[in-house]
Design a protein around this ligand. Structure first.
Ligand code: ATP
Ligand code: MG
Length: 380
């Protein structure tokens, strides 16, 4: 079996690493140069994109922002999983909101902004605490602006003046006073069967994911039902094949969808050590027509992103049940360089491991680690 992944970053790398034991060969497309590359070494391979498409049994994406002509070409091969509609909904927040509304899936109150003058209207109907998101090409909190009060509106309008909102609208969202952020990852196969990972709790800092804990503590049956129902509605609508992630805000006992990722997702990286079958393996299984693997958690897990920093000792590997996954990138501010997975039998054990881990890491880059360890230490 051969799989071609659009995008050649860490997600393609981890899909490739999961595919090898299944006898699946993975190649990647650098969507900037359009070269076919090795997803591990990034070496350019002596194959044209057309040939690589023809030779592959399945095509997939590691991120949603693949140029549309490439996606169209991939889709016309009849081998793109998930399909183009799911990918485009993940890539364009206007489409994403339309799908959520159409399926009556609860999400944050919002307005589509095609001209800055509409921001007054947005404040009138949504309140003055807003988050504005570019409808395309945003990730990790890039392409977002926060309005904390009406007084900031004039300077925000100036900042937005350089954007052509008629071409790329903004979504103005009410700032949701959420209790926490959760995500659900699951896989759907072409027969419409599902496996679900347990919900993960996600801690963000400046719009970027820093820590995930899975299974999320204090999850009620109602939260699981709400999350899986929303997921199923969306995945069935797209006739989705592969792993998908849905991010939620928990407000009281209610879940609101924040966004959909039509791909493997950072908040599922814990599954590499913590679940019976990792999200990467399940994605490969789904898109190549293999049976889906059990997605249950084997342990309690914490996943800690290494962001914008390479100044730590790999002696951290001396910690019991600590695993390092590096992406082979040079360091840049806010760049995801790798992640660390910790597993334990209880949250208290995870908390202890996190506290030990903190001794090996420069804390300025890990602002959520010790607070989260404190919280988990109170649980069983
Ligand atoms: P990523 O690609 O990392 O998931 P992103 O850039 O696509 O991020 P979002 O997930 O929409 O963007 O937002 C990033 C974070 O900003 C959220 O996880 C949340 O912490 C915060 N955020 C986004 N929208 C809202 C909102 N309406 N109310 C409150 N906080 C929000
Ligand atoms: Mg997000």
């Amino acid at each position: 079996m051969k799989v071609l992944v659009y995008g050649s970053g860490q997600l393609a790398q981890m899909m490739c690493l999961a595919a090898v034991p299944l006898g699946i060969q993975v190649r990647a497309v650098d969507v900037t140069t359009r070269n076919v590359v090795d997803p591990i070494s990034k070496e350019v391979l002596d194959t044209s994109l057309d040939d690589a498409i023809n030779e592959s049994d399945a095509l997939t994406v590691e991120f949603e922002h693949v140029p549309e002509d490439l996606l169209e070409q991939a889709s016309s091969s009849g081998k793109l999983y998930p399909g183009i509609d799911a990918i485009l909904a993940g890539a364009d927040r206007v489409r994403e909101k339309q799908v959520l509304e159409e399926l009556a899936v609860k999400n944050s109150d919002h307005l589509i902004i095609t001209d800055v003058s509409q921001l007054h209207e947005a404040i009138d109907s949504l309140g003055e605490k807003l988050i504005l998101k570019a409808s395309r090409d945003g990730y990790d909190g890039y392409g977002q602006w926060r309005l904390k009060s009406k007084n900031e509106l004039a300077s925000l309008c100036q900042e937005l003046a350089c954007l052509d909102l008629s071409k790329v609208p903004l979504i103005a969202e009410k700032m949701v006073p959420f209790d926490r952020e959760l995500s659900l990852l699951g896989a759907r196969n072409s027969q419409g069967e599902f496996v679900f990972y347990p919900l993960a709790e996600n801690l963000h800092h400046q719009g970027q994911l820093h820590v995930s804990v899975a299974p999320a503590p204090q999850v009620t049956g109602s939260l699981i039902v709400q999350a899986q129902s929303a997921f199923k509605l969306l995945a069935d609508k797209f006739e989705y094949v592969g792993v998908m992630a849905v991010e939620f805000f928990q407000v009281g006992d209610e879940l609101l969808v924040n966004e959909i990722a039509p791909r493997v997702h950072n908040s599922g990286h814990w599954s590499m050590q913590g679940a019976d079958t990792s999200q990467f393996e399940n994605h490969m299984r789904a898109i190549t027509g293999l049976p889906l693997g059990n997605a249950n958690a084997k342990y309690k897990s914490a996943m800690i992103n290494i962001i914008g920093c390479d100044d730590y000792s790999t002696d951290l590997l001396s910690i019991n049940r600590c695993h390092l996954h590096l992406y082979g990138k040079s360091v840049r501010p806010k760049r995801k360089m790798g992640h660390i997975n910790l597993t334990g039998e209880s949250y208290a054990e995870i908390a202890e491991l996190m506290t030990t881990l903190a001794k090996y890491l420069p804390m300025a880059y890990f602002p959520k680690l010790l607070d989260e360890a404190d919280k988990l230490s109170e649980l069983n």
